[in-house]
Design a protein around this ligand. Structure first.
Ligand SMILES: [Mg+2]
Length: 233
């Protein structure tokens, strides 16, 4: 019997692309709001608004759209035309309807892992959108369970581990966010595997504390995961 009791995989920017669509839309917003603010001012204002709204809207595209609209109204001092608001809403619908694009290696690695480990998908954000992405990813059948959570704090992972009858120190969590995927499970005595994505959302930035460094592995692409898990096991 190996040491690993449960392998958790993050969805957004670990299994499929996500953040780059947000970055693309934010770029469009910069152009739309150019009459009222330069890029630096817009980026600062938008992230402050998103931060303040997280407790109200949670994570995901819909909250992002509302934060963009709020930012547009504030930066233009109420002058932004309804046609611009309409465009922002249209971008949001486009993001929600965007086909799922899997990251490299995912289509091969996930079924391979499923033959060796108990796999759970742990993803954060809007329930409706996450369910749609999971369904169209074609990956659902490889997971013993799917956990869509509103936050990824240590207590959330403790609850998930308990649900699967596994001690948290036998859990490995794999994802592109140190803050949300890797560190909380390492804090519980489990292991984290960090797979950085090209773009990290400002509100997901985190440093790796020295004390947890031994509990964290870093890989550059998902194809390296089976080897790392075999070693940890
Ligand atoms: Mg992610």
């Amino acid at each position: 019997v190996g040491r690993i009791g449960l392998v958790g995989l993050d969805g957004d920017d670990t299994l499929w692309h996500s953040e780059r669509y947000f970055a693309e839309v934010q770029h469009r917003l910069t152009e739309l709001l150019a009459p009222w603010a330069d890029r630096t001012r817009l980026d600062e204002r938008l992230v402050a608004t998103e931060r303040a709204n997280l407790d109200v809207f949670g994570y995901g595209v819909k909250g992002f759209v509302l934060s963009m609209i709020e930012t547009a109204i504030e930066l233009s001092d109420g002058a932004v035309p309804a046609s611009a608001i309409h465009r922002i809403i249209g971008w949001g619908k486009e993001m929600l309807a965007h086909p799922v694009e899997l990251l490299d290696d995912v289509a091969e690695v996930v079924p391979e892992l499923a033959r060796r480990y108990r796999l759970v998908l742990v993803t954060k954000g809007d329930l409706f959108h996450q369910e749609a992405k999971i369904a169209s990813s074609g990956l659902a059948e490889h997971f013993e369970g799917i956990e869509i959570v509103s936050e990824k704090a240590p207590e959330d992972y403790r609850r998930i581990a308990r649900r699967y009858g596994v001690e948290p120190d036998r859990m490995v969590m794999v994802g592109n966010s140190l803050r949300s995927d890797v560190l909380p499970v390492a804090e519980l005595g489990g292991r984290g595997v960090y797979v950085p994505y090209a773009v990290t959302w400002t509100l997901e930035h985190a440093e790796l504390p020295e004390a947890l460094a031994d509990a964290v592995e870093r890989i550059e692409r998902l194809g390296q995961l089976p080897g790392v898990l075999a070693r940890l096991d």
